[in-house]
Every structure is written in structure tokens, then in C-alpha cells.
Design a protein around this ligand. Structure first.
Ligand SMILES: NC(=O)c1ccc[n+]([C@@H]2O[C@H](COP(=O)([O-])OP(=O)(O)OC[C@H]3O[C@@H](n4cnc5c(N)ncnc54)[C@H](O)[C@@H]3O)[C@@H](O)[C@H]2O)c1
Ligand SMILES: O=C(O)C[C@H](O)C(=O)O
Length: 255
């Protein structure tokens, strides 16, 4: 890790069938801040990309600790939510019978249950379908992680698809660092944000040499999506408050 520009953190316990991602916070919070502290010792200024669950809580924990230590840069701390986008692309591509890599679809919010909000109204190519079909698709995207955890029956969570998603996200971070003038590098990720009343929130981000170059904000939303956003915000805010409180409590144990 010495002098690394990017540190990707996949360490931690995966859930077992019947568990929620938040059930992992007791064990994984300490993993997250130990790794973050080590990274700050040997590669201050590195971009930190956390895969460790529960993302919605882990990122606020790490931000709180780093803030207190004076080493926090909100543009360089990411919760990796790329897998939600990859899933949305894949399931939409199945329906449209197109190459998943050609599907563009923002997924906003956080990384669990209803906080995962795929914005189907902005899908390119456009997606048609009844309200019932759209609702089923949204639920499939939101529950895909649980589907894998159940299928693996105690042997872990999504591995290959996560590796693919992480490779895509990190490639984009690298392209951003290299500062390609001709290319606008955009990825959704869970970062500190003032886009909604949730202090951390995933939206499409333009990446550059310093990490987040620009937060593009909320995509256009239809009425159902706006309602889903309103429903998700209290859930997300509760997780964030929990993360901040845990982060404050963990300062001495992680140092
Ligand atoms: N963000 C996402 O979309 C996403 C997707 C998949 C998995 N995850 C999360 O990633 C984490 C890992 O999941 P997995 O399925 O790869 O689990 P896994 O058990 O296959 O791998 C976890 C690895 O972390 C290591 N580890 C555990 N505690 C550690 C510590 N204290 N220090 C260093 N290494 C440690 C283990 O030795 C193991 O190699 C879980 O928290 C899981 O929920 C997130
Ligand atoms: O679902 C999990 O526990 C792992 C990961 O968050 C996923 O979405 O696959």
C-alpha cells in the first residue's frame, strides 16, 4: 500500500442467509477503520474505495474518524455501489435483448434494500413496460445481493460480479487520475453529498485527478421515483446517524 493512489477495501465478513447487511456492522466497522488508518499512515491522499458492508454505515464511520484526525477528503472516500448499476444494466439488457454494456442507467441512494434506487425513467435505451413490470424489475435489482447470499447458502456473497464491478469502478478512478481530456468519466458511488438531506448519497459522479470532480446531482425523476426517494431518505439518514455515532465512539480504539 506504500504510496498507493487507490486503496480498494473488500475485507470483512459477508452475510449469511437471513442476515441484513446492517447486521455486519459490529464486525466490519473495525475492519474498515483499521484499514483506513493504515492507509492514511502509508498512503495519505489515496482514494479509499470501500466494498465492505454495510456500505451505508461504513462510509460515514470512516468519514467521521478521518475528519476528527484531519485527514478527511470527501472527494476521495467512496462506498462502491457499482454492482447495483451492473445488475440494473444486466437485467434491463435481458429485457431489451441488448448488450448490457450499452445500457446506461443511474442507480442512486445507498446500498441496501429500498435505498438502492434504479432510475428506470432515465434508462438509455428507454425501457417500456407496465407499472407492475417496472416494480418487479426494481425489486429484482434491490434484492439481487440477497438472492446471491441465499443461493450460496452460507458460503459468502457475490464474488465474481463484485470483482467485475470493482474492476470497472477502479478503472474509472484510474482514468480520472490520468485526467483524460476527451472522456467524461462518470460512475455512481456513495459519497458525502449535499444533493438530498442525507449526508451521504450515491449519484452519478464525474471523476477527475482529485477523485470526485463534480457531483451531477439527482437525475430527473418521475413521480414514482420521487416517492421512492422520499421513502428511502429516513432509512438512509438513520444508517448515517448510526455510522457517525459509531465513528465517534471508535476513535480511540482505531487509533
Ligand atoms: N459493495 C458491494 O456491492 C459488495 C458486494 C459483495 C460483497 N460485499 C461485501 O464485501 C465483504 C467481503 O465479502 P466476500 O463475499 O468477498 O467475503 P469473503 O469471506 O469471501 O472474503 C472476505 C475477505 O476478507 C478478509 N478479512 C476479513 N476480516 C479481515 C480483517 N480484519 N483484515 C483483513 N482482511 C480481513 C478475509 O480473510 C477474506 O479473505 C463483505 O462485507 C460483503 O458484504 C460488498
Ligand atoms: O448482498 C450482500 O450481502 C453483498 C453485496 O452487498 C451485494 O449486493 O451483493
Amino acid at each position: 500500500m506504500d504510496k498507493a493512489d487507490i486503496v480498494v477495501i473488500p475485507a470483512g465478513l459477508p452475510r449469511k442467509p437471513g442476515m441484513k447487511r446492517e447486521d455486519l456492522v459490529g464486525v466490519n466497522a473495525s475492519v474498515a477503520c483499521e484499514v483506513a488508518f493504515a492507509a492514511r499512515e502509508v498512503c495519505p491522499g489515496a482514494m479509499l474505495a470501500f466494498i465492505t458492508n454495510p456500505i451505508n454505515v461504513i462510509v460515514p464511520i470512516v468519514a467521521t474518524i478521518l475528519k476528527a484526525k484531519g485527514t478527511y477528503d470527501p472527494n476521495r472516500l467512496f462506498g462502491v455501489t457499482t454492482l447495483d448499476v451492473v445488475r440494473a444494466q444486466t437485467f434491463v439488457a435481458d429485457i431489451l435483448n441488448v448488450n448490457p454494456q450499452k445500457v446506461k442507467i443511474p442507480v442512486i441512494g445507498g446500498h441496501t434494500g429500498r435505498t438502492i434506487l434504479p432510475i428506470l425513467s432515465q434508462c438509455d435505451p428507454p425501457l417500456k413496460g407496465t407499472d407492475k413490470e417496472r416494480e418487479a424489475l426494481i425489486q429484482r435489482i434491490q434484492n439481487a445481493g440477497t438472492e446471491v447470499v441465499n443461493a450460496k447458502d452460507g458460503l459468502g456473497s457475490a464474488t465474481l460480479s463484485m470483482a467485475y464491478a470493482a474492476a470497472q469502478f477502479v478503472s474509472s478512478l484510474i482514468k480520472g487520475i490520468k485526467g483524460s481530456k476527451d472522456e467524461c468519466i462518470v460512475e455512481c458511488a456513495y459519497v458525502e453529498s449535499d444533493v438530498t438531506e442525507a449526508e451521504f448519497f450515491a449519484t452519478p459522479l464525474i471523476l477527475g485527478p482529485q477523485g470526485v470532480k463534480e457531483n451531477t446531482g439527482l437525475p430527473d425523476l418521475d413521480d414514482d421515483e420521487r416517492q421512492a426517494l422520499d421513502c428511502m431518505l429516513p432509512i438512509l439518514k438513520e444508517s448515517i446517524a448510526k455510522g457517525i455515532k459509531l465513528g465517534e465512539g471508535m476513535m480511540s480504539s482505531c487509533a
